[in-house]
Design a protein around this ligand. Structure first.
Ligand SMILES: CC(C)(COP(=O)(O)OP(=O)(O)OC[C@H]1O[C@@H](n2cnc3c(N)ncnc32)[C@H](O)[C@@H]1OP(=O)(O)O)[C@@H](O)C(=O)NCCC(=O)NCCS
Length: 203
């Protein structure tokens, strides 16, 4: 656990990132707030995620502020997805429900509307999954998706996750209990047949 904890805490280093040819996954910075607020005005993010609606600068600052404690407690990790070598925000990805007894976690994500449809989230999921298995020693990753969320189901499948079934009335999202389809990935699962595999990991 202590090596995993070190790896988690190392993500706050400004030089730390997970990278492929076009994407960097890195710690959120206060300078990201305006782009974060702009991206979270999107109705699809409001519909399918726990991101509050409406979403203000105060929400964004509170999100950034809460991350240190969540990370230190080993509960959650949130990363910005940016264009490699730039600060253009393409999306968000993270690990939640980290369970160190079972070595499991849940991956959650959104993409900024203009960045969608280019495989960005699929590749971000693959980068984060490979690192979570290698650096954190996790034994299973899950993605929970509303059955009607076609694009997110595609992301999970395209990143190599296997659909295991439907969890009925599994959790509350914005005041309504919802069904969720559960997808999982194990360390030995075949890599997706795409350019989704990490090209390099820096930091
Ligand atoms: C779901 C979401 C993150 C997808 O992001 P994205 O970067 O556009 O996804 P990608 O480009 O990586 O697409 C991955 C796969 O899904 C497919 N796909 C993406 N959007 C699709 C859509 N609307 N309909 C059908 N297929 C879709 C892509 O073609 C690709 O398939 P392929 O690998 O076979 O070509 C984005 O639509 C989003 O932010 N939605 C709102 C928030 C949300 O739903 N978050 C997830 C909650 S579980």
């Amino acid at each position: 656990m202590s090596a995993a904890r070190d790896s988690l805490l190392a993500t706050t280093d400004p030089s730390w990132r997970l990278a492929d040819r076009e994407l960097w996954l890195r710690a959120w910075r206060s300078a990201d707030v305006p782009q974060l607020v702009a991206a979270c005005q999107d109705p699809a993010i409001a519909r399918w995620t726990r991101v509050p609606t409406p979403y203000s600068e105060t929400d964004a600052s509170a999100f950034l502020l809460a991350q240190g404690a969540e990370l230190a407690a080993g509960r959650e990790l949130h990363l910005a997805v940016v264009r490699a070598g730039e600060d253009e925000l393409l999306g968000s990805i993270g690990l939640a429900a980290l369970d160190w007894g079972n070595l499991t976690a849940e991956i959650g994500y959104w993409a900024a509307a203009p960045a969608r449809g280019h495989g960005i989230t699929r590749r971000a999921v693959s980068l984060l999954s490979a690192w979570a298995f290698d650096a954190l020693g996790l034994a299973r990753l899950e993605i929970l998706v509303s059955p009607e969320n076609r694009s997110s189901r595609r992301v999970a499948a395209a990143a190599g996750f296997k659909r295991e079934g439907r969890l009925r009335s599994y959790r509350d999202l914005k005041g309504k209990r919802r069904d969720y389809d559960i997808f999982s990935l194990l360390p030995g699962d075949p890599a997706p047949t795409s350019d989704a595999r990490p090209a390099s990991t820096a930091g």
